[in-house]
Design a protein around this ligand. Structure first.
Ligand code: RP5
Length: 176
């Protein structure tokens, strides 16, 4: 288990499906995490209390995911100097472009490290949080290397399968 703890804040329990990969990846990397449902517009007092107390509560990184009222990550970031990673979700008719803009476009001084929209972003938020924690955790840094190695092995296996299927000789990608 890593030394640092991550708080994953969801704007609603309806965000959970999109954020499964985030929880799974944190678990896979052995990072203690806690889930919170806090809404920037429905429970602003809870957002305030949580962000103000997050450092003292022992968190090292906050991941905040929201689809509507997607200023959640920025609201939390405004009340803590812990790193905040924002995950814009596609929960409105605008397909997540609205959430992306609300999350990413922070004026100078209060950053939100914004990842891609939806479940890709959820997973990347977990990996980014791990990279932050790994700065001071050698064992976690090793697990991150293994995570990458695993990805490389999977892609190479896919490439091999495709070569077999298409009969492309090894070393000839078909490109110019
Ligand atoms: C935000 O608005 C949540 O982050 C969610 O993505 C969206 C809809 O929330 P619910 O109405 O499903 O609670 O608060």
């Amino acid at each position: 288990m890593s030394q640092g703890r991550v708080a994953v804040v969801l704007g609603s329990d309806s965000d959970l499906d999109a954020m499964r990969g985030c929880f799974d990846t944190l678990d896979k990397l052995g990072i203690p995490r806690e889930a919170h449902v806090i809404s920037a517009h429905r429970t602003p007092d809870d957002a305030h209390e949580f962000a103000k107390g997050a450092r003292e509560a022992g968190y090292s990184v906050i991941i905040a995911a929201a689809g509507g009222a997607a200023h959640l990550a920025g609201v939390l970031a405004s009340m803590t100097t812990l790193p905040v990673i924002g995950v814009p979700l596609a929960s409105s008719v605008l397909g997540g472009a609205d959430a992306l803009h609300s999350t990413v476009q922070m004026p100078p001084g209060v950053p939100v490290a914004t990842v891609s929209v939806g479940s890709w972003g959820g997973t990347n938020a977990a990996v980014l949080a791990a990279e932050v924690l790994a700065l001071s955790d050698g064992a976690l840094s090793k697990r991150l290397d293994e995570y990458r190695d695993d990805m490389v092995a999977k892609v190479r296996k896919k490439a091999e399968r495709l070569r077999e299927k298409l009969g492309t000789p090894r070393g000839d990608s078909g490109g110019t």
